[in-house]
Write a protein that binds this ligand. Structure first.
Ligand code: G3H
Ligand code: 13P
Ligand code: ZN
Length: 283
């Protein structure tokens, strides 16, 4: 069965590593994550974004992930990524997700706290863990000047206050990463991350981790990141492989001949990430 994320993050804290949280959209990616986790003997989190829910639906995602978990010999969890509302979180909890993110980062502080607490109240009764976001983690496509970016970074004192007022299980701070493909090399604000980690004492989550250099991810883990979100690097491996296969063989009509190699390429990328995060051999 799917395992609670809380347990995975607790062990990650004890072992000072991070659990990979990989976005799933279809069967092949679910299989790639499971194959990678098995090959590396690593605990793993599968997570569903808003796009994934729109594309596949909550029930399909749950069915695929819970089937993977039932076949697994390593711990597999299922998490809602960037949950948009109380209702959506409830739906995921009811279906069987073992963790939800309520992303109230666009709301004023007190409203973010209130919304997070509302989700926490129900989640607590069910053993589901809750991740919240404070500060804004944007997209690489958001047209924001470098100097303006820091305005969206998480204020450490505010993070301390937020965690004190909510008792949330994990916090995603904004410290310089963004979702999607980076144009240059992202620069993380490590002093800020360190300060946040010192003040909140709960597992931190690094979003937008695709394209962040391995050393920077490892430094973030050293400072207290216990869950690292990867989507874009899987998309790149998967879709570029589809393109290559079709480019070499434009007459191919068998989807399995295209998606099979794509699944294999995704598996390799996920295995590499798991090793970088230090979660290999922890299952
Ligand atoms: O949360 C961010 C994901 O990487 C992308 O989300 O599947 O809704 O496009 P999406
Ligand atoms: P990337 O697509 O940049 O890896 O971000 C993933 C993420 O943070 C999902 O919440
Ligand atoms: Zn994210």
């Amino acid at each position: 069965p799917l395992v609670p994320v809380k347990e995975l993050l607790k062990k990650a804290e004890e072992g000072k590593y991070a659990v990979g949280a990989f976005n799933v959209n279809n069967m092949e990616i679910v299989q790639a994550i499971l194959a990678a986790a098995e090959a590396e003997r690593a605990p793993v989190i599968m997570q569903a974004s808003q796009g994934a829910i729109k594309y596949a639906g909550i029930e399909y995602i749950y069915a695929l992930a819970s089937l993977a978990a039932s076949q697994a010999t390593v711990p597999v969890a299922l998490h809602l990524d960037h949950g948009t509302s109380f209702e959506q979180c409830m739906k995921c909890i009811r279906v069987g997700f073992t963790s939800v993110m309520i992303d109230g980062s666009k709301l004023p502080l007190e409203e973010n706290i209130a919304l997070t607490n509302k989700v926490l109240e129900v989640a607590r009764a069910t053993g589901v863990s809750v991740e919240a976001e404070l500060g804004k983690i944007g997209g690489t496509e958001d047209d924001i000047h470098v100097d303006e970016k820091e305005a969206f970074f998480t204020d450490p004192e505010e993070a301390r206050y937020f965690v004190e007022k909510t008792g949330v299980d994990a916090l995603a701070p904004s410290v310089g990463t963004a979702h999607g493909q980076y144009k240059g090399i992202p620069k993380l604000d490590f002093p800020r991350l360190e300060k946040i980690a010192q003040l909140v004492k709960i597992p931190l989550v690094l979003h937008g981790s695709s394209g962040v250099p391995d050393e920077a991810i490892q430094e973030a883990i050293r400072l207290g990141v216990r869950k690292v979100n990867i989507d874009t690097n899987i998309r790149e491996a998967f879709t570029n492989t589809c393109r290559e296969v079709l480019g070499k063989n434009p007459k191919e009509i068998d989807p399995r001949k295209v998606l099979g190699p794509a699944r294999e390429a995704a598996t390799q990328v996920i295995r590499e990430k798991i090793r970088v995060f230090g979660s290999a051999g922890r299952a």
